[in-house]
Design a protein around this ligand. Sequence first.
Ligand code: T3D
Length: 259
Amino acid sequence: MEYQTIRWELSEGVLTVTLNRPEVLNAVNDRMAEELLDALRRAGREPEVRSVILTGAGRAFCSGQDLRERAAGEFSYAQHIRSRYAPVILQLHGLEKPVLAAVNGVAAGAGASLALACDLRVAAEEASFLQAFTRIGLVPDSGATYFLPRLVGLGKAFEMCYLAEPIPAPEALRLGLVNWVVPAAELMDKAREVARRLASGPTRAYGLTKRALLRNLRSDLPAALDYEAMLQDAAGRTGDHREGVQAFLEKRPPRYTGR
Ligand code: T3D
């Protein structure tokens, strides 16, 4: 698929996907949702991709649904969310490779949900998170009501969704909504530093770790222990595990290949 609304750049195992409609603060239209889904599926398939950065072009990360695209007349929000947003969020969240959002500016509505669906978030000092939905009489969607209470607790999630005030990056850091806040000029360096480190790590073990963390959010302890044991069997059979042990015994840094 030829990309018109996003950019795909792969270097040193790190895929950078850039939302690229800066004139509308990277608002998501149907084309962008389609391209993003295609890019994320490709990222899952291609072994050369060992970590992913999602970011935005220009001064915003993403302003959510393109409000200019709303067709007049009959329109099913449910159908649109199920067919456009849900597959992207599920693909992003389920991608068994580390995924990092580099939040360069405002992340609003479904744009915030995209960032929240990533495993890690690094934000520029000027970035902010805005649950814009109720400002226009909508319900938080694209996973906002799933991710927010888990990341910041129910009380703060209510506040963010009801009042729909922007949460500036430094507050987002205090809340645990982002992992790092850096000056804008250093954002991509920081994102690449983390992504490169992850891209040179044991990719299968990271993928299985992600599976365990997500599944065990909803498990009781005996089930969590059992699931970990099962995944450990898979990790234990990887070349990277053998290399990790060998490197430890030889007192040298490991050389992981992702297999
Ligand atoms: O429809 C469904 O399927 C349901 C799914 C819904 C999911 C959602 O995401 S609902 C939430 C949709 N998003 C919003 O409501 C946010 C709308 N945008 C804003 O509130 C503000 O733009 C921001 C707070 C994000 C940033 O404000 P500011 O002052 O920095 O920028 P601005 O001047 O408002 O925007 C700059 C330009 O981008 C402007 O265009 P112009 O006047 O220069 O030609 C503005 O219209 C455009 N823009 C910003 N956001 C969107 C947008 N155009 C279309 N859709 C947008 N979401």
